[in-house]
Design a protein around this ligand. Structure first.
Ligand code: ASP
Length: 434
């Protein structure tokens, strides 16, 4: 057991958590026991991961950017990163649209089921609509205004302001590049060791990962709605999962073609991050682990990983965009609407933008789906149709979001000549040392 690779331990924690959840719901009062005595450990685990996010971005991005030596390198890498992110997202939306139009999952929903789902869940979806309405009220340049914080302490105090912290860290790094070496060195050295400390803290948190995911999944099972609903939405869920699986295959092919890394090695290196993404449904909470795995186990230089991954966690959500495309067309089909090619192309654009705007937290994709629906003229009430299966699909799409970020970081690293041999070969090595 001690020598079992980390991803197996996490997987075991997940399976046992699910089994424990099912066992506990079969007892009266079992649900309350899990919520009172098990769930808090899952919350503590997620909090510990989130706690690391801001210091990690500050430490690694500042030392990564300041190592770049000149600013033109930074802008070249930035342009490349954003371009590849956009391309993978558009590809994901297109795959989603092709699948949902071929499988037509919406046609399998009877009028009766539709009315039942809408009346059962329209209350629950109200908060998503309100959140989306707030975002829609903003002017066209609001996203740009939001990028620049007016106070760095204020910005760092909330994880949802990740882009602002990224902006500050890059700006600070640029300042360091422009200083003469002897003046910049003490600050650079400070951030380099600060970063090492944070990475060590991640190793420590990861020791608790199998127990953390056990608690998270046990709580999820006791809180989930009845299985009957899942059946009604089976074809829809299957279409999303099929699309997401295709994305994973596509990533392994891209990595193989452009970097020569074999799919097995790539997936083994990134799997602990994927399993955490699945258990937490949050790319932001997973970010520390994604960064550590990509750097130490896949050989991406920190100059690249520290820049590409935090940006990716906030703006690159291939899984989310694919899901939004499938969900929008599925709802239209269920309401008997025929979407023209023009409307579907509009969905490509809005789902791409909506996924960029989605926060890296559970359920964020659904908030932005409201905007995709509104643009395409699809009834918002349809949100209630897919609500029951949203959480499991959120878990799956977060895995794709995180894998997409890791893939792009490898492609960018390769093109910059910054992909080396991984520091750690044995998957457990670094965790054993702590
Ligand atoms: N939970 C997803 C993430 O964190 C976002 C979403 O699709 O809801 O990446």
């Amino acid at each position: 057991m001690k020598n079992l690779a980390l991803h197996w331990k996490i997987l075991l924690g997940m399976v046992l958590g699910v089994a424990f959840g099912f066992l506990m719901v079969s007892f009266s009062g079992g649900k309350e026991v899990v919520l009172d005595w098990v769930k808090p450990f899952g919350t503590i685990f997620i909090n510990a991961l989130k706690l690391i996010a801001v210091p990690l971005i500050l430490g690694s991005l500042i030392s990564g950017v300041s190592d770049l030596k000149d600013i033109s390198k930074l802008s070249k890498m930035g342009g490349k990163t954003v371009l590849i992110y956009l391309m993978t997202t558009i590809l994901a939306v297109s795959i989603g649209l092709v699948l949902v139009n071929s499988i037509q999952p919406g046609d399998s929903i009877s009028e009766e089921t539709r009315t039942e789902l809408v009346s059962n869940y329209s209350q629950s979806t109200q908060k998503y609509k309100e959140e989306a309405a707030n975002q829609q009220n903003n002017g066209p340049l609001q996203a740009l205004v939001d990028l620049v914080p007016d106070n760095i302490i204020g910005a760092s105090s909330q994880n949802k302001n990740m882009l602002q912290v990224i902006f500050f860290a890059i700006f600070f790094g640029v300042g360091l590049i422009l200083l003469p070496e002897e003046k910049a060195k003490p600050v650079k050295d400070f951030f380099a060791s600060f970063n090492e400390v944070i990475l060590k803290m991640i190793d420590l948190i990861m020791l608790a990962a199998p127990y953390g995911v056990f608690a998270l999944l046990a709580a999820l099972i006791v809180e989930s709605p009845s299985a009957d609903l899942f059946k009604a939405l089976g074809w829809y869920a299957l279409t999303v999962v099929l699309g997401l699986s295709l994305m994973i295959v596509l990533y392994t092919i891209l990595v193989l073609i452009f970097t020569g890394k074999k799919p097995k090695e790539f997936l083994q290196g990134i799997s602990p991050a994927q399993l955490l993404a699945f258990s937490t449904s949050s790319s932001a909470a997973t970010l520390p682990v994604t960064m550590e795995r990509v750097h130490e186990h896949l050989g991406v230089d920190e100059e690249v990983s520290s820049f590409v991954l935090p940006i990716g966690a906030t703006i690159n959500m291939d899984g989310t965009s694919l899901y939004q495309a499938v969900a929008a067309v599925f709802i239209a089909q269920a309401f008997g609407m025929d979407l023209s090619l023009g409307v579907q192309l509009g969905i490509v654009a809005t789902a791409t933008l909506a996924s960029i705007g989605s926060a890296a937290v559970p359920g964020a994709g659904m908030v932005m789906l409201v905007i995709v629906l509104a643009q395409a003229g699809i009834p918002e009430a349809g949100l209630a149709l897919i609500f029951a299966v949203d959480r499991p699909l959120d878990m799956c799409r977060t895995v794709v979001n995180v894998t997409g970020d890791a893939t792009v970081s490898m492609l960018v690293a390769k093109s910059e000549g910054k992909l080396g041999t991984p520091k750690v070969h044995d998957w457990n090595d670094d965790y054993k040392k702590v």
